[in-house]
Each structure stands twice: as structure tokens, then as C-alpha cells.
Ligand binder design. Structure first.
Ligand SMILES: C[S@@+](CC[C@H](N)C(=O)[O-])C[C@H]1O[C@@H](n2cnc3c(N)ncnc32)[C@H](O)[C@@H]1O
Length: 224
């Protein structure tokens, strides 16, 4: 199953789940604070939701997307390059004030190379805003357990077991690459990124489980 087969599922997700507007977008704006005129790469831009958020703040986004159906839709929100991450070889060095990557890095196998590529195309002093499913959530075996009386608990997965797993996406499946929070921070640091902010959000649906980590967002600054 590839992202090319998940277009309809993803369009339905963002149309029906209020979490994207209520949780994901505020986390992104919290970590990047886009300013008018700033140029941003939106890595894995989907149908352009994040590009529209950046443009509304006066920033100038350019999307990168490998699913051509989604890329065509995003093209109504700004310029798009068709490409498969982590490769950004088609972009000149030091071309952007910043980059954002929202709910994408967990689908990219080589996250270390992604941090290195983004460090190459963003100018020194620029920012990288990342929002992702929390590694606590993507750990193999991490899942809800429901009981007959409707109580819902959370089973923590094998957090330290790195690897690839398939999760349901409608009637299909989606591939996640699980790594720990430490893996993410170390890869970014090795590529020259300095961590300025890290925020975590709980699961928005499990009202009795407010301690369940669901999303992670970071702002990195590229060291000069
Ligand atoms: C969960 S969606 C998020 C879309 C968008 N960032 C948003 O928040 O609305 C993941 C997106 O990443 C894209 N994607 C996944 N792996 C990719 C890769 N290796 N290169 C480029 N795009 C990728 C998918 O096609 C999809 O559009």
C-alpha cells in the first residue's frame, strides 16, 4: 500500500476529523510563527492544507508531494514540486527561510537524510517546524483496549523497538516508521539543527486518557 492509494482516505480524514484544525494547526503555528514574506517549503504538503495556513499568515509556501493526485489539488494553493522525500536534490542550497513537515516524517524511511536535506536547502539561521505522531503512539503494539463497560485504556507499545508497522487507514493500511523521540532529536542535531521548542499533545478523543501522548511538535533553528 502506498500513499498513491490513500488519496480518498486522506481527503476524508481532513474533512471529517476536527483535530487537524483544532490541534495540529495550532501546534504548527506555535512552533514556527510564520511572518509575512517568509519563504517555506512544505514537505509532504498533501492537498495543500498547511500551505493555505502559511499563506494566510502572509508567508510564501512551496509544496513538495509524491502523490500526484494530492499535488494537483495543492497546486490551487501555491507552487508545487513533485518529489519523493527525503530527496530534495532538485532544490538549490540556502533557498528558503524555513521548512515545515506535518504528519509526514513518520512515513519517511530515512529521517536522518531528511534532516540533512532540509538543512541544505534552508538558509543558515532558518527554521524547521515539525509536527508528527508522537513516538509513544507509533510504538509497535501501542493500541487502545476497550472493555465491555465502554472503558477505554491504552496499551503502551514496545517503544524502544525501532521498525516499520502497518496501521489501518479506512479499508486500507498505512506504513509508519517508528523511532524514539531521542532518535529524532539526535538526527536533527547531527544535521546542524538546534532545538528551540518541543511541545506534546494528548489524544483528543480519549477524554479519560488525557495522559496519552498523541502528537509531538518541534521548532529547530539551523546553526550558522
Ligand atoms: C498524513 S498526510 C499529511 C499531509 C499534509 N502535510 C497535511 O498535514 O495536511 C502525509 C502526506 O505525506 C506524503 N508523503 C508521504 N511520504 C512521502 C515521501 N516519501 N515523499 C513525499 N511525500 C510523502 C503523502 O503523500 C501525504 O500527502
Amino acid at each position: 500500500m502506498t500513499w498513491s492509494d490513500l488519496t480518498e482516505w486522506w481527503l476524508d480524514e481532513i474533512a471529517t476529523d476536527p483535530a487537524y484544525d483544532e490541534v495540529v494547526t495550532p501546534m504548527l503555528l506555535d512552533v514556527i510563527s510564520p511572518k509575512a514574506g517568509m519563504t517555506f517549503l512544505d514537505l509532504g504538503c498533501g492537498e495543500g492544507r498547511v500551505m493555505r495556513t502559511l499563506a494566510a499568515a502572509g508567508a510564501r509556501p512551496i509544496g513538495v508531494e509524491m502523490n500526484l493526485d494530492l499535488a494537483r489539488r495543492a497546486a490551487t494553493s501555491g507552487p508545487i514540486a513533485a518529489g519523493s522525500l527525503p530527496d530534495l536534490g532538485f532544490i538549490r542550497a540556502d533557498s528558503f527561510d524555513g521548512a515545515v513537515c506535518v504528519l509526514v516524517i513518520e512515513h519517511v524511511e530515512d529521517h536522518g537524510r531528511l534532516f540533512a536535506e532540509v538543512a541544505r536547502v534552508v538558509r543558515p539561521g532558518g527554521v524547521f517546524g515539525l509536527v508528527m505522531n508522537h513516538p509513544y503512539w507509533t510504538a509497535p503494539g501501542s493500541s487502545p483496549i476497550s472493555f465491555p463497560d465502554d472503558e477505554l485504556l491504552w496499551r503502551p507499545g514496545s517503544y524502544f523497538e525501532r521498525g516499520t508497522l502497518l496501521e489501518p487507514a479506512g479499508d486500507q493500511e498505512i506504513q509508519f516508521h517508528h523511532r524514539t523521540t531521542g532518535d529524532i532529536v539526535e538526527s536533527a542535531s547531527s544535521a546542524g539543527w538546534s532545538l528551540e521548542r518541543l511541545i506534546e499533545a494528548p489524544h483528543h478523543e480519549l477524554v479519560d486518557q488525557a495522559g496519552i501522548l498523541r502528537l509531538l511538535a518541534c521548532r529547530w533553528r539551523l546553526l550558522p
